[in-house]
Structure formats: structure tokens, C-alpha cells
Ligand binder design. Structure first.
Ligand SMILES: NC(=O)c1ccc[n+]([C@@H]2O[C@H](COP(=O)([O-])OP(=O)(O)OC[C@H]3O[C@@H](n4cnc5c(N)ncnc54)[C@H](O)[C@@H]3O)[C@@H](O)[C@H]2O)c1
Length: 367
């Protein structure tokens, strides 16, 4: 099998965990070792974690641009837990991207080690970097609310034949217009908004389905999330949250035959608590009525390191995307998008989506 050449837009915490994780699994090797736990697949369609190579990276932060990617991932304001501090030096240097709407003005009110700080460097030629690095796939890890910047990188993919894995809640793979463009050029795309390994969304979806399957009349629910990374700081700007709220809410509503009235469901990022760093805490409540109309309430608190939680899913999305490229299959990858993303083009229950992904890997279904 060949290597999978990956470019990254946004060298933040998610990119850091993924790059460290690939290095970690490379040094462990062998699927039979207990140490390689933490993955949904060690070998996926013949590709192992160490077949992933990071060949290009774009950012706009002065502490990352111009640095080797292996150093940039440990630079402020990144704050996720270290998986592997001793990773091999990468020859790849972070290129200056186009800022567009990537940086929210309110960040200026926070200390520099906590926020983005834009480099005074001319943007690179993104198309040239993607071509020269012979990237197969671009991972979009831009901040929530980067609508224009995401469209810019999606266009760059269309112009270079590079696949896109859109980890953020800006609708590309789930937008019929963009989906058609990727289909027309036969470029695989997976999106939108990564659904973490054991995150608030998959738990909320599973419990919602459980309520429904067990005949509970579901009345009210909320999901409140807090954290202390730049993702949470960025999301203090409520104007940037429209599609994030849609993505997270539809992920749960899609599990119900009759969706809840908007007044009875509240899901969203709720506050920024600096000392939590990349630890995200989710408070979830579900209220319903069971047999004989008798009330049942469920409260759950989930505490997770946010960024490795997303990397555990993206490491499989990358390999599914490469399989599609090898098979010359283009357009939206329906099954991987349904299982790996919160806001896919078509929603399926998670167990169904999981079976679909396994069938996709085996080659039994095309997309
Ligand atoms: N579990 C998770 O962590 C999770 C789950 C779902 C979705 N996401 C989404 O993934 C995205 C990345 O998350 P993160 O925690 O790595 O965020 P982050 O804030 O740590 O990183 C964002 C990076 O993008 C850079 N950036 C800003 N504008 C840019 C531009 N125009 N071009 C290039 N780079 C630019 C910033 O400098 C920063 O390095 C966010 O949108 C987040 O909501 C994360």
C-alpha cells in the first residue's frame, strides 16, 4: 500500500493530537499489542496509522507560521495534553494561509498565550503548496465561523484534485451545491463537523435513540458544554455559532421520528473556562415519560480531552478517504460521513452507519 499524503488547514489542538497520535502508533507498531488500543481500526483497508504522512500545513498564527510542523503543534495557544512529546522532526514548514474570517475580533480582549495572534507574513499560494506537496487529502481544522476561509480551502481542493475532510461545522459535504461540485470532479469529500470518538454528540444520539426504542415519550433535553481551549474561546462570539448549533442539534433530532419542538431542546457550547484548557465538560439532561406517563430524568456529566477525542475518528476518516481515491470513487462519501461526522449529507443511526462503513471498507458499497 502507498502512503497517505495529508495537508492540514489550522494547526490547532486537533491537528496537534492527530499528528502526535500518528507518531505514537508508529512507534508502537503491530495491531496485536495491547498498547495500540484507542483506535477503531489498526489496519483499515490495509492502511495502518503509520501510512499517514503530513506533507503540508497552513496556519495564520505568528507562533506557528514558518516553524516545522512538529514544533508548531506544541506552540501557544495550543494546550492539549501531550500524547508523544518526542515526535520525529518533520521537514514540513507551516505556510501562511489567508486569514479571511478565521479570527474573531473579540479574541483581542484575552491574553496572547490564550488566543490567536496573526502573523505579519504574506499568504502563500495554497494551490501551489498543495500541488508541490502532492497532497491526497486536506483536513479542514479552522475555527468555527470560518465560512469564507473554509470555502477558500474547499475551492483549493476542487482546483487541485485534493480530497477534503471537513472537520468543522461549515456545510460543504452536506451542502448539495458543494457536493455536486466534488461529484462532478470525482473528488472524494467527507464532512461536516467531526463526531468525536466518545463525545457529547454520539452519547446524546445513542441515549435519544434508546429513549425512542424503549417507548419513552421524550419531552425536554439540554446539552451544555464548557472548555478552556481556543475552540471554546472562539465560540464566545455567538455570531459565529449558527451552523455549529444546527449541526449539533440536528445530530440529535435526526434520531427521533418526531423531532422535539425547538423550545424543548437546547444544545450548544456554553462557556469558556480558561483553566480547563483542552478538557471539555458536557452536562446533559434528558426528561421524558415512561410506562403509565410516569416521569424519568437522566443526568450525565462527561469529561474528555477534546482534541484526541476527535483525532480517534479523523484517523479513520483519512484512511476511508484514501480508499475511495484508490478506487477512483468521487463525491460525498455517504457512509464515512454518516459515521464520522455530526452533519452528513444523509443521517443514519450510528449502528447502521458503522455497518455501512465496514461494508464500504470491504468494497461492498461504493460510497
Ligand atoms: N473534539 C473536537 O475537538 C472537535 C470536534 C468537532 C469539531 N471540531 C472543530 O475542529 C476545528 C478545529 O478545532 P481545534 O480545537 O483544533 O481549534 P484551534 O482553535 O485549536 O485551532 C484552529 C487553528 O486554525 C488557525 N487558523 C485560524 N484562521 C485560519 C486561516 N484562515 N487559515 C489557516 N489557519 C487558520 C488558528 O491559528 C489555529 O491554529 C474547530 O472548528 C472545532 O470546532 C473539533
Amino acid at each position: 500500500m502507498g502512503k497517505i499524503r495529508v495537508a492540514v488547514a489550522g494547526v490547532g489542538n486537533c491537528a496537534s493530537s492527530l499528528i502526535q497520535g500518528v507518531s505514537h502508533y508508529r512507534t508502537l507498531g503491530n495491531e496485536n499489542t495491547e498498547k495500540s488500543l484507542g483506535l477503531m481500526h489498526y489496519s483499515l483497508g490495509g492502511y495502518r496509522p503509520d501510512d499517514i504522512e503530513f506533507v503540508a500545513a497552513f496556519d495564520i498564527d505568528k507562533r506557528k507560521v514558518g516553524k516545522h510542523i512538529s514544533e508548531a503543534i506544541f506552540s501557544d495557544p495550543n494546550c492539549t495534553k501531550t500524547i508523544s512529546g518526542n515526535i520525529e522532526k518533520s521537514p514540513v514548514v507551516v505556510s501562511m494561509g489567508k486569514v479571511l474570517d478565521g479570527v474573531s475580533a473579540h479574541m483581542q480582549d484575552y491574553p496572547e498565550n490564550r488566543r490567536f495572534a496573526v502573523a505579519r507574513t504574506r499568504p502563500c499560494d495554497v494551490l501551489k503548496v498543495l500541488r508541490e506537496s502532492r497532497s491526497d487529502i486536506l483536513l479542514n481544522y479552522l475555527p468555527v465561523g470560518s465560512d469564507k476561509a473554509t470555502a477558500f480551502y474547499a475551492d483549493a481542493c476542487l482546483n487541485t484534485g485534493v480530497s477534503l475532510i471537513n472537520c468543522v461545522p461549515v456545510f460543504i459535504a452536506s451542502d448539495k451545491g458543494w457536493a455536486r461540485k466534488f461529484q462532478k470532479k470525482r473528488i472524494p469529500v467527507i464532512g461536516d463537523d467531526v463526531k468525536s470518538q466518545i463525545g457529547a454528540t454520539i452519547i446524546h444520539r445513542m441515549l435519544t435513540k434508546l429513549f425512542e426504542d424503549r417507548g419513552i415519550k421524550f419531552d425536554n433535553t439540554y446539552q451544555l458544554n464548557v472548555g478552556g481551549n481556543t475552540d471554546f474561546l472562539n465560540m464566545l462570539n455567538r455570531h459565529r455559532l449558527k451552523s455549529k448549533k444546527i449541526s449539533k442539534t440536528e445530530a440529535v433530532q435526526s434520531q427521533l421520528h418526531i423531532p422535539l419542538n425547538n423550545e424543548h431542546i437546547h444544545i450548544g457550547p456554553s462557556d469558556y473556562i480558561p483553566w480547563l484548557k483542552d478538557n471539555k465538560v458536557c452536562f446533559l439532561r434528558m426528561e421524558g415519560r415512561g410506562f403509565g406517563n410516569i416521569p424519568i430524568n437522566l443526568e450525565l456529566r462527561l469529561s474528555v480531552e477534546d482534541s484526541p477525542n476527535s483525532a480517534g475518528v479523523v484517523i479513520d476518516a483519512i484512511r476511508c478517504c484514501k480508499i475511495a481515491r484508490d478506487r477512483r470513487v468521487g463525491g460525498v462519501l455517504i457512509s464515512p460521513s454518516a459515521y464520522f461526522m455530526k452533519h452528513p449529507l444523509i443521517q443514519f443511526p450510528d449502528e447502521t452507519a458503522r455497518d455501512m462503513v465496514e461494508d464500504f471498507i470491504k468494497g461492498n458499497i461504493e460510497r
